[in-house]
Design a protein. Structure first.
Length: 80
């Protein structure tokens, strides 16, 4: 599976937020939006500037096992 991730300069739920980047990932094994206790664990493993305001993370796992994690409230994922 291939996906495009659109990255915004702030929380995507805010009307003034603008797209600042777009990244394409190829050979995705799976993706999930993590919330709750698992999301809190992810937030605790990163610096305070990289924590999601809504405690939700997009986790992308590539077929080679590499994992990319994003603040879900600042990105959109599209299957292409």
């Amino acid at each position: 599976m291939n996906v495009t991730v659109k990255i915004y300069n702030g929380v995507k739920y805010n009307m003034e937020t603008e797209k600042v980047a777009e990244v394409e990932y190829k050979h995705i094994k799976c993706f999930e939006v993590v919330t709750g206790e698992r999301a809190t664990e992810i937030g605790n493993e990163t610096d305070s500037n990289s924590r999601d305001e809504y405690n939700e993370y997009l986790v992308i796992t590539l077929e080679d096992g590499e994992i990319s994690t994003f603040c879900n409230s600042r990105v959109d994922l599209f299957i292409i």
